[in-house]
Design a protein around this ligand. Structure first.
Ligand code: IMP
Ligand code: MG
Length: 185
């Protein structure tokens, strides 16, 4: 029988220099559900939402989050440039994929995996505001609290230590996104 411990999972997916689990599967499940409830309450029953995930990092978080939001909603995605194989932000943000979905007069909820330098969101939010959404809010699973953003995330899952973290959608050089927990390298 294969072990389901974080150490066992990490070893089998090829993490060599894995430090520790920061947020367990159970921690994440509980927190995501609470966020879904807060979001549902904030917009109010029957309010239609456009949930816009920033790929690739948000894909698992978004998939879990939307199932805890009890409102009519649609899902779309944006792709902004990533760090590549580097663990330090290059300071440049490019839109590599931009949906056709109209934002005009809609409540848009931008879902991000992690706020690090805040650079991605600081550049993205003004671009999206130009498209005339009725409201634009940010929901981030993790926030390193290294910076205050021009538009701060209304919902944050966890404050994250200033370490490079992987799992639950977050990668290092495209690896480890599928870890069910979040750990540091
Ligand atoms: P920011 O623009 O510096 O806030 O960084 C945002 C993006 O960098 C996130 O969406 C992640 O894709 C990536 N990133 C930042 N910190 C980490 C980390 O600790 N692990 C994995 N990806 C990270
Ligand atoms: Mg990334």
């Amino acid at each position: 029988m294969t072990t389901r411990t974080p150490e066992g999972v990490a070893r089998r997916v090829g993490v060599e220099s894995f430090q520790r689990v920061i947020f367990s599967e159970a921690d994440i499940r509980v927190r995501v559900e609470a966020m879904g409830e807060e979001i549902t309450r904030h917009y109010g029953e029957g309010t239609p939402l456009l949930v816009l995930g920033l790929l690739k990092g948000s894909f698992i978080f978004l998939a879990d989050l939307v199932r805890t939001i009890h409102l009519p909603l649609q899902v779309d995605f944006l792709v902004a440039s990533s760090y590549g194989a580097d663990t330090v932000s290059s300071g440049e943000v490019q839109l590599l994929y931009d949906p056709d979905t109209t934002f005009r007069d809609r409540h848009v909820l931008l879902v991000e995996d992690i706020v690090d330098s805040g650079n991605t969101l600081n550049r993205l939010v003004p671009l999206l505001r130009e498209r005339g959404p009725r409201s634009l809010e940010i929901c981030a699973l993790l926030h390193k609290r290294l910076t205050t953003m021009e538009t701060e995330a209304r919902w944050v899952g966890f404050d994250c230590p200033s370490e490079f973290v992987v799992g639950y959608g977050l990668d290092h050089a495209e690896n480890f996104r599928h870890l069910p927990f979040i750990g540091s390298l």
